[in-house]
Design a protein around this ligand. Structure first.
Ligand code: GLV
Ligand code: MN
Ligand code: MN
Length: 445
């Protein structure tokens, strides 16, 4: 591309960014939050775990405005990832892709994941408002089970998309009620296909691991940095490594009142000692980059007057350097009681994003005069597996008080719109050049 074309393309990308509507973005986010809302409005949080009925309804609701619009198509893949495609001038080219997830924690906020999907769809509307077509198609992905709270590990959909050989192992994973991921996946695929048939949607095949030109995901920061520094956008250069462990400690149940302490095999006492060793390490190692969380603790039979016969708990540990994660693993091995069992549920090394795409994100912020900084992500995201598959990067919007995975999760709508504008600019460049076309159909909002 010569310098003149590049200038024209950057100017058009600016037009697309400015066509992003704050009100329509907010309306889409609020409508999405209604699916699984706890209490009135968004204040009570959202309970929309992976592939539950609320998530399936939310997927249909998000897809529906595009599925019959000329120039759009919808598909669902073997991991139940949903894609909305906006056709390009050259539809055989691999797509530029954006997206995120719409599953939540058991009780989560309204923006984690939801923002990235709503932002991508808002970019579609912005392009439609201007009647512009990109050279490449653009896909908005809704990745399955990012959170990992219903089916562990997290990132199942994006991992299966980028490494289809991993899907087989995921299919057998069960949720807390014993339901296999495979059954939930099948129900999700059937649900969307049935709706597509009923409504006459434009459909596309979406094989796993199909080529992607580049992936850029918008997400809330979920931490305090951007807000504290008064910045609008984070350009994410890397995601820190994460390991998930499940530890099972066996014991023998017996009467709480009659069994002498010396005669007990108390699973609870043993598990508490192991957990204590880990928490003490985190508190005393002096490394403020270490994150260590014991998020689930199940004790059976769970009776006040019976000694525990089994404790199962989870450990989530994160750090940018593998050596720090190795040290925690060594500590778990050393502190595991006799007969204890250790399972590794997830092991993801630190991921660095594509330098050119991360550079495009910074360029977008500069062109749109958005205050920004480069940063590391503490949370994992679907962009993590994508980064090993195609050039990838992320954009963050600030989080109020750094709060996330909680009903209080929030971001001022103007900050969400600013981040969406940066996303629009990047997608226009990534999928461009842009050409005028008759608007497929003017957007309603
Ligand atoms: C994602 O939800 C994470 O736990 O980082
Ligand atoms: Mn998320
Ligand atoms: Mn999350």
């Amino acid at each position: 591309m010569n310098a003149l074309d590049a200038m024209r393309d950057a100017a058009l990308a600016g037009d697309v960014a400015r066509a992003v509507g704050t009100a329509s973005l907010e309306a889409r986010l609020r409508g999405l939050a209604a699916h699984g809302a706890v209490g009135a409005g968004t204040g009570g949080g959202v309970a929309r775990q992976a592939l539950c009925a609320h998530e399936l309804a939310a997927r249909r609701w998000l897809v529906q405005p595009f599925a019959r619009r000329p120039g759009y198509r919808v598909g669902i893949d073997a991991a139940a990832n949903v894609f909305v495609r906006r056709d390009g001038q050259e539809s055989m080219l691999s797509p530029a892709m954006t997206g995120s997830h719409i599953d939540t924690q058991p009780l989560g906020g309204w923006l984690d994941g939801a923002f990235g999907v709503a932002a991508g769809l808002e970019v579609f509307d912005a392009l439609d408002r201007l009647g512009l077509r990109t050279r490449r198609p653009i896909d908005v992905a809704m990745w399955t089970n990012e959170e990992g709270s219903r089916f562990a590990p997290g990132l199942m959909g994006s991992v299966a998309f980028t490494a289809p050989q991993r899907l087989e192992a995921f299919l057998g994973v069960r949720d807390g009620d014993g339901l296999r991921f495979e059954a939930a996946r099948d129900a999700a695929v059937d649900d969307l296909r049935a709706e597509a048939l009923r409504e006459g949607w434009r459909w596309m095949d979406t094989p796993l691991a199909r080529p992607v030109h580049g992936y850029i995901e918008a997400h809330i920061e979920q931490g305090p940095v951007l807000e504290a520094e008064g910045l609008q956008v984070g350009c994410v250069s890397a995601i820190q490594g994460v390991r998930w462990f499940r530890i099972t400690v066996p014991g023998r149940s017996a009467h709480a009142g009659t069994t002498p302490l010396a005669a007990r095999d108390d699973a609870q006492a043993k598990a508490v000692r192991t957990a204590h060793a880990l928490l003490e390490h985190a508190a005393r190692c002096g490394d403020d980059r270490l994150r260590l969380t014991i998020g689930r603790w199940e004790c059976s039979p769970g009776s006040i007057n019976t000694i525990a016969e089994r404790v199962v708990f989870t450990v989530d540990v994160r750090h940018p350097e593998a050596a720090a994660l190795d040290a925690v693993r060594a500590l778990i091995d050393a502190a595991l009681p006799a007969g204890g069992q250790l399972e590794v549920l997830q092991d993801k090394p630190t991921v660095r994003f594509d330098a050119a795409l991360a550079g495009l994100a910074r360029e977008a912020c500069a062109a749109l005069q958005l205050s920004h900084r480069e940063m590391l992500s503490g949370a994992f995201h679907d962009a993590m597996p994508l980064a090993g598959f195609c050039p990838s990067a992320m954009l963050f919007a600030p989080s109020r008080g750094g709060v996330s995975h909680h009903p209080d999760e929030d971001t001022p709508i103007d900050d969400l719109a600013a981040c969406t504008r940066a996303l629009a600019w990047c997608l226009a460049r990534l999928a461009g050049p842009l050409v005028s076309s008759t608007p497929p159909e003017a957007s309603k909002d």
